[in-house]
Design a protein around this ligand. Sequence first.
Ligand code: ZN
Length: 92
Amino acid sequence: MSNNPLPGLHCAYCSSLIDDYTPVEDGTVPVEGDGMMCVYCGNLNIYCDEKTVRKLNKDELAEFAKDLLRTAKEKVAHGEYGTSWNRRHRPA
Ligand SMILES: [Zn+2]
């Protein structure tokens, strides 16, 4: 008997078996529409149900990229990346 909490799920990008997950919030389980980062290939999957994840569509990819950029800018503005990161990545 498997202890896999998500038996049968495979990454939509690299087909690796998703054999475990770490929720952002303790004690929660994935629900439809949640993002799941694959530890094998690093791509972001969208959880559909206990048997399916899918790739992000073009609009979701654009929104994800905007969120990452916004988060990085906020962290730079608050000095959270340290001075060496800021020197290399701060926009001119
Ligand atoms: Zn993968």
